[in-house]
Design a protein around this ligand. Sequence first.
Ligand code: HEC
Ligand code: HEC
Ligand code: HEC
Ligand code: HEC
Ligand code: HEC
Length: 643
Amino acid sequence: MVFLTIGNQGWAEPSNNGLAVTFSSSGKSDTRILPNLWLFVPAGKASSPFVPAGEFTAHYQGHIIVDLRGDYTFQAELQGVLSLDINGATVLEATNSPTQPVIGKMVRLNKGTNSISAKFKSPDNGDAFFRVEWTPKGDQNTPIPLTSLTYEITPEISSGQRLLRGRELMVENRCLKCHTSAGTESGGMVELAYDAPSFDGIGSRRNFAWMRDWIIAPKKMRASARMPQVFHGAEAPEQAKAVAAYLSSLTTASVAPPEKVLSAEQIETGKTLFSNLHCDACHITPGVKETDPLRNPLPHVASKFANGQLANFLLQPDANYAWSRMPKYHLKPEEASQIADYLLSAATKPDALPTPTEAALITQGQKLVQTTGCLNCHSLKLENQFSTKTLVNLTNDQWKSGCVAATPESKAMNYNFSESDQLALKAFAESDRGSLQRHVGWEFSQRQQVTLKCVQCHGKFEGFPAFEIIGGKIKPEWSATFIAGDLSTKIRPWIESRMPAFKKPAEALAQGLAMQHGLPPKTPEEPAIDPELAKIGQQMVSTVGGFSCISCHAVNELGATQVFESAGINFAYTAARIQKSFFHRWVRNPLSIDPSTKMPVYFSTDDKSPLADVLDGDGPKTREAFWNYFRLGKKMPPPPLQP
Ligand code: HEC
Ligand code: HEC
Ligand code: HEC
Ligand code: HEC
Ligand code: HEC
């Protein structure tokens, strides 16, 4: 169920779930793929990367597929103007109705494929958004399942994806660190802030020979490397050696820990951790024969990391490189050293090569670091003497040469671009290039979830939460804290793995995920908690005259009473964690969201509660009572257990 897949180059390629959307603004247009009939564009922001900010229209096109012929109504909450056509007939027209859904005419969908077309126009002022749901006859309203929506790949989509790829290459490869551009400091793409590992004290962390080999050809060492090959020509090996010797001389006072003997037990524990934590989502497990270009192999760790430094790296991968794509697991120090010992035991033994210490070589290396562009990306307190053409001075005709060329001459960088990436960069060059200045929330999260391989875990391993619903389920504030790793508690203690932290992109990712689902990046305030309803909610979760929700769900310190059933999540987190709309949908019918969930369905198809004497057995009112109780969070009083 994906609308973008990870291609074998490691970047997003269209699959066929979702809808094709053409954004138009000020005479420019841009075609993208979105998962559903949803959108959120904050006031004053661009709707899509290649159209300017301001008034826009968005035209959604594709097909809706149903298994059986049946009658449906569509409804929308929105700020803006929407008209929705199914099989050529208009079934819903709505204008500015942000909190009360506008319900359209009943329409018959044919078994199989039905064409769908929706036109949305932004409102005169304020945030632009819309969220469409459907209601199969006699059922409840829900989002249209993602697998029911498909689009055809058109030339506009292909050229749009190529252009987007070109823009991505510009930031991922840090082209603007050298070819600078005015106005990229704020409000632009988040990735313009990308850094590179700091050179401060690097000689204490990394070994000489590995650095030399890396500098000669970074992409040979790791296919997904972003660093270009700086040196080419006959002198390259000597230059790399001098630079590595210089970097090796940049040591800090810390003393390397003593060589230790690896115990078989320690190694075995490390191996188990590697497997339980699903490091294999992004790395090839040592000893496993596999050449998946998406996974980084790790046989070189003994050559790369100075003594004791691998464990330090695992503890804090972002210590010297804030935007490292390697996430942080909050390992305990002993866990880090167990994994390190395991990886070292399986690694290739390094050549025992002494680090050169000749002063002349080191001086030559320092000069090269100052004059060849290293310091445009890497930080070090040392004067940078390198400069090159600014972005505006790279005219369109030049985008076959220099750093874009297959074999760059003179001082240009060698990125080893494939032919399709060269075309993508050329397409970017020929655009107005203003897209670098446009951060588009939903688009950022779409791209980053591929770059950071979120879906190599989510959707791959059993029991992990489904990814494609996260944006409509989790509040962006909570999601940001969780993705950043700032939450000390595990939400699902029964999962052996854990969600690793991606600190830097967390906030923009969380907001983008919500916006992709048509929800605001900041959750609106709710009215004060109703203490009467909260009291009813407290009674209803209990085993005494209630629904016995607590047989599976904990309430703060009160553990679930029958965890062997199928553990649910502690209710103390619920209101801070999940969107109210999702809460209602889930509790009304959890099976409609997760057909394999063990949580029972309590409410009837006409939305009546089985407790007819509480709140008139009214479904929505009953759920509001739960919700008001859950909103007490850490202050929730425990439910009664005995009459
Ligand atoms: C470390 C600095 C650096 C980075 C990073 C860098 N370049 Fe360059 N680029 C250069 C240098 C040096 C030249 C050669 C021109 C010169 O001597 O100033 C060059 C030349 C070029 C040229 C040809 C200009 C001409 O005169 O023909 C293009 C196009 C170009 N770069 C595009 C890119 C792109 C695209 C990226 C990112 C994928 C990139 N560069 C990244 C330093 C850099
Ligand atoms: C979501 C993907 C992802 C997961 C999960 C992940 N890593 Fe990584 N890891 C990376 C990436 C990407 C790099 C390359 C560093 C970079 O780009 O900054 C990396 C780098 C590393 C390196 C350094 C290798 C080098 O050449 O620099 C080690 C060692 C490592 N990871 C071990 C682990 C271990 C152990 C785990 C599990 C506890 C793990 N990784 C989980 C993505 C991941
Ligand atoms: C365009 C930006 C850029 C330029 C120019 C650049 N690097 Fe890098 N370098 C990176 C990035 C980003 C990484 C992190 C790994 C990756 O994804 O490529 C890196 C990694 C490294 C590492 C490995 C650090 C570690 O701990 O893993 C070394 C050593 C290094 N660079 C040295 C150099 C030297 C020396 C130069 C100049 C000759 C240079 N780099 C030029 C961006 C750059
Ligand atoms: C190494 C595997 C792994 C990777 C990679 C990963 N996750 Fe997770 N994620 C998990 C696990 C396990 C959980 C459940 C944790 C829990 O409930 O305690 C989780 C939970 C979440 C949640 C909470 C969802 C819920 O229903 O509770 C969010 C949000 C999330 N991940 C976002 C992301 C994003 C965004 C990325 C990519 C940047 C990502 N994850 C990458 C393993 C992973
Ligand atoms: C048989 C066990 C069971 C019972 C009884 C049960 N649930 Fe659940 N509940 C679950 C499971 C399993 C999940 C999904 C957990 C996950 O996402 O991993 C869940 C999830 C939830 C969630 C989403 C929580 C979140 O933070 O993601 C809510 C809200 C919820 N249940 C409410 C209720 C209410 C209210 C009742 C009683 C009317 C109830 N549950 C009874 C098993 C149960």
